[in-house]
Design a protein around this ligand. Structure first.
Ligand SMILES: [Zn+2]
Length: 425
């Protein structure tokens, strides 16, 4: 059929894209008299210049705003505000207006110089998945309706090179802070985040996020896969999220080994540590014949964590070590923590501790020139280098779990190749 033989209007709309699908009828497709103020301006198809006496405005919600305060700021009459608020109340259900979210309003400017504007329509999104529209009828009454958006998962990936701090580099790559925290935790048993991560190291992550069907982010997401390359490409750590039949969902290396080891690599609160590492310039001591532990620089008061489960065998002042805690992990392995500002509650000789439990707080007691953690690892009574010792064991997947895990690895690897790149900042 030739394009001009049907019932289509002779003059095609300039903004109608050429496509195979039939165009949907919109009010402007309907021939007829066009009165500028017969209908409120439509954002999707209105290409007329905006009328000065009827306009659309989008305002950002600030801390402490209520719907009423926003409308008052826009100079609507008190009666108008009361009616609008009353119509919105049943659908808004006292929802707190999220700071940073926007309200879009259609406003009719006052007819006289001393008059008040009138509210024609208003759109607000109290939550990402809920949109509320308030409209004024020809009679001047308000009615509100609600639209709920479905939430769908979406895979996104991000990657980058460490420049300055890992936190700053991850942020620049568009990785949300909660996702970075999950990555750091997954790597924390094998990578010392203060010693091992340096400028030029690489990171990458596959994230499952949740979006509404119209593209609003509902949750910043969870890590499905993450990779960290350290030592100028020498060490690459690839972790996959997996849930064994019995046990909690966590991260495993590609060969099915758990990332969790009997001892933490960095026995400190990671949040504080990660905010600073990569930016330090003052020297911290590594393991030598004269210095039988390693020093971690950290802010005064940073939590110190039990590197592994065990029994406290010492918790008290110990010469130049200042306030000192020693934990026996069994199998001839023990760890020690020096220069603490103070001990955590319940940390006394004989107490049982779990891996990751706070045992004390970073200080500078004993022979110390500034706040840091001096950390020692003992094997059969002798101090060894905690950064290189292979003193720890880890669990692995087996049987049906390992089979399922291999399928998850394949699926994840394929999904990663097809995932969209996250919007970098
Ligand atoms: Zn030291």
């Amino acid at each position: 059929m030739p394009p001009d033989s049907g019932g289509a209007p002779a003059v095609a709309r300039a903004d109608t894209p050429q496509s195979d699908t039939a165009p949907t009828a919109t009010p402007t497709d309907t021939p007829g008299p066009q009165t500028a103020d017969a209908t409120p301006p439509r954002s999707d198809d209105d290409d007329k210049p905006e009328s000065m006496d009827r306009y659309e405005t989008t305002v950002r919600i600030e801390k402490g705003d209520t719907l009423e305060s926003v409308l008052r700021d826009m100079d609507f009459a008190p009666d108008e505000i009361r009616k609008a608020a009353a119509a919105l109340k049943p659908v808004l259900k006292g929802a707190r207006l999220p700071v940073g979210e926007t309200i879009t309003l259609q406003v009719q400017a006052p007819q006289e110089s001393d008059g008040k504007p009138t509210l024609q329509a208003l759109v607000i999104r109290p939550e990402a998945r809920r949109e509320i529209t308030l409209e004024r009828s020809a009679e001047g009454t308000f009615s509100a309706r609600q639209r709920t958006f479905e939430v769908v998962p979406k895979l996104v990936r991000a990657s980058g090179v460490v420049k300055g701090s890992l936190r700053g580099s991850a942020d620049a790559a568009g990785i949300p802070p909660s996702v970075l925290a999950e990555m750091l935790r997954a790597f924390s048993w094998d990578v010392n985040l203060q010693y091992d991560v340096k400028g030029g190291d690489r990171f990458a992550v596959l994230i499952e996020q949740a979006y509404t069907t119209d593209g609003r982010l509902v949750s910043p997401g969870r890590v499905l896969w993450a990779q960290l390359t350290t030592g100028g490409g020498k060490n690459t750590y690839n972790v996959y999220r997996f849930k064994p039949a019995r046990g909690a969902e966590f991260f495993y290396y590609g060969n099915g080994q758990s990332v969790v080891k009997s001892l933490l690599r960095t026995p400190m609160g990671l949040n504080r540590l990660s905010s600073g590492f990569g930016m330090r310039s003052h020297p911290i001591m590594g393991f030598t014949a004269m210095h039988t532990g390693v020093d971690f620089a950290a802010a005064y008061g940073t939590p110190i964590l039990a590197a592994g489960a065990g029994t406290v065998v010492a918790a008290g002042p110990y010469g130049g070590y200042g306030n000192w805690v020693k934990i026996d992990h069994g199998g001839g392995i023990a760890t020690g923590y020096a220069h603490m500002a103070r001990y955590a509650p319940g940390i006394r000789p004989g107490a049982r501790v779990h891996q990751g439990q706070v045992v004390g707080f970073v200080g500078s007691t004993g022979m110390s020139t500034g706040p840091h953690l001096h950390y020692e690892l003992h094997q059969k009574g002798r101090p060894v280098n905690p950064l290189s010792a292979r003193a720890t064991q880890r669990a692995g997947l087996a049987g049906k779990d390992l089979e399922r895990f291999r399928a998850v690895v394949n699926k994840t690897d394929r999904a990663r190749d097809g995932a969209e790149l996250i919007a970098a900042r």
